[in-house]
Design a protein around this ligand. Structure first.
Ligand code: PMP
Ligand code: GLU
Length: 403
């Protein structure tokens, strides 16, 4: 017996965002003074009504296997929610598959659509799991660098440059993890039109759609006409908007034949998402009182974002960052902190943790190690404390290297 693993895992690396969060939690538990701005997880409690619905579901005996594709009440609630966010457009609940977090929805979509010899475009920087999920599907991720003059977003020209006849898909995240950039509706429409021309699938990861600092929810592919969406899968979930990361509920809206395939796939992997959690999420997606909680949470994220941007501009004016207009991340550049001595995101984060006890994620996890990601889904007090430490560290780094 050797300990050789299957070729399925040839490219497998554990999630760096999850690993950093685990390490920060370990240090905290060991009594260290650690501020964790690494993980992208809302610091709020799940809205009360959703929690109650979950508890009630357990009491009511909703503890047996759920329908594999998701309970009808949740699929209807998600359809109603997506419809409401996109000016009442028709959304078919039967085209929605509920999964164990949107991570599984993304996996189901990629595994069902892509395979050996297929290529999938991924704008870079990209959330850690996209290339991994594409590799697990035995397809090849093709990273498309975003334009630094344009909040690291990609244009149709950028996509076109990386497209050949093997390209079958594009994974687009807006609002974007890790940059906080948001694609405008005009940009989404241009991309959808381009994808349609090439017969390329769009996997639209819209998990952060509600966390948007422009008016209302962020622009969505669902704001486009149906005839542009024949090959589009929209990913949503309860984790971010409803502070429900631990409940593990995500969903995909897909053309019916694909939804059917994804449901069949998960009938062999998970038998559907956690049953009581689905009831909690159904309440979250459909209850006006929970909507008030979302508005409240987004307002809090906005205040933190404003504070963070003001402090970066005022206290470290030389540090470049992507203007954060959605999600809860700030992506800032560290390579130029000291002239002629490039600093990597990895070295920056390691030393910052050692010297100041602040966890951030190196940009290398997202494909570009000249940058670092900061999650401001933490209390204002922790955010201010962490910024004091980060700025002190940047100051000391600059003067020690320059000396
Ligand atoms: N997509 C993006 C861009 C994310 O940041 C996350 C966060 N984990 C996910 C998907 C998956 O979220 P979940 O599985 O908790 O729904
Ligand atoms: N999406 C969050 C992040 O990027 C949670 C961790 C993960 O699932 O990657 O930090």
């Amino acid at each position: 017996m050797t300990d050789r693993l299957s070729a399925n895992l040839a490219h497998l690396k554990a999630s760096e965002t999850v690993a950093i969060s685990t390490e920060a939690k370990r240090r905290k538990a060991a009594g260290e003074d650690v501020l964790d701005l690494g993980v992208g997880e809302p610091d709020f409690d799940t809205p009360y009504a959703a929690t109650e619905a979950g508890v009630q579901a357990i009491r009511d005996g909703k503890t047996r296997y759920p329908p594999n594709i998701g309970i009808a009440e949740l699929r209807k609630a998600i359809a109603g929610n997506l419809s409401g966010l996109s000016a009442g457009r028709a959304v078919d609940p039967d085209a929605i598959v509920v999964s164990s977090g949107s991570k599984q929805s993304l996996f189901n979509a990629c595994f069902s659509l892509f395979g050996p010899k297929d290529k999938v475009l991924i704008p870079m920087p990209a959330w850690v799991s996209y290339p991994q999920i594409v590799h697990l599907s035995r397809a090849e991720p093709v990273m498309v660098p975003g334009d630094v003059e344009w909040s690291l977003k990609v244009s149709v020209n950028d996509l076109e440059r990386h497209t050949d006849k093997l390209v079958r898909g594009l994974i687009l995240c807006s609002p974007c993890n890790p940059t906080g950039a948001v694609y405008t509706l005009t940009e989404l429409k241009a991309i959808a039109t381009w994808a349609q021309k090439h017969d390329i699938w769009i996997i639209a990861d819209e998990i952060y759609r509600r966390i948007n600092y422009g008016p209302g929810a962020a622009p969505s592919f669902l704001d486009l006409p149906d005839d542009l969406l024949g090959r589009t899968v929209v990913i949503t979930g309860a984790s971010k908007a409803y502070a429900m990361t631990g409940w593990r509920i995500g969903a995909a809206l897909a053309p019916p034949y694909l939804a059917k395939a994804m449901a069949a796939l998960q009938s062999h992997t998970t038998t559907g998402a956690n049953h009581p959690a689905q009831w909690a999420a159904a309440t979250a997606f459909s209850t006006p009182g929970v909507e008030d909680d979302v508005v409240h949470m987004v307002a809090a994220f906005r205040r933190r974002r404003d504070r963070l941007v003001a402090r970066f501009r005022g206290e470290v004016p030389g540090i470049e960052f992507v203007d954060p207009v959605g999600a809860f991340y700030l992506f800032f550049r560290v390579d130029g902190i000291v002239p002629r001595t490039p600093v990597t995101g990895q070295a920056f984060c390691e030393q910052l943790m050692q010297r100041e006890g602040v966890a951030l994620v190196p940009g290398g996890a997202f494909g570009d190690d000249r940058w670092v990601r900061l999650s401001y889904a933490v209390s204002e007090k922790d955010l201010d404390g962490a910024l004091d430490r980060i700025f002190r560290f940047i100051g000391s780094l600059a003067s020690s290297r320059a000396a």
